[in-house]
Ligand binder design. Sequence first.
Ligand code: SF4
Ligand code: SF4
Length: 128
Amino acid sequence: MGFAAKLISGEAKPEDCPLLLEPTYNDNLETLKNLLLPFTEKGLTGLIISDENCMGCGICVVVCEENRMNEEVIYGKGGRHKDVQVLRIECGKVRLVDAKKCKRAFEPPEFCRACVDHCPTNAIELVS
Ligand code: SF4
Ligand code: SF4
């Protein structure tokens, strides 16, 4: 329970558990990492994305300044998989695929809320 609480608060990572590093538990490790992703993303960026509200329109993908470093995105496309992207549409929903590339996660952080302000369904919330 203590370790679980630390995972949620970001004080510990799933990889800190030696048992999860054993090959037998590879699937469990991946599942846990995916479950914790929203907490990690929130911690880095303050952004929370609601799958329920996201309709996958891709507006946030093309207004994100970091995504717009990719030529494809400037022309209104979603970017190629090899591109460095912060936001991407996957299976009809937006994903914060690389939270560390978000301006808000820079060191020092840069102010940005373009994705929040342009989302037509308020699916992206800024909580810090
Ligand atoms: S988060 Fe909003 S802007 Fe981004 S794809 Fe979903 S509905 Fe569109
Ligand atoms: S806050 Fe700015 S940099 Fe971060 S994902 Fe949203 S638009 Fe992109």
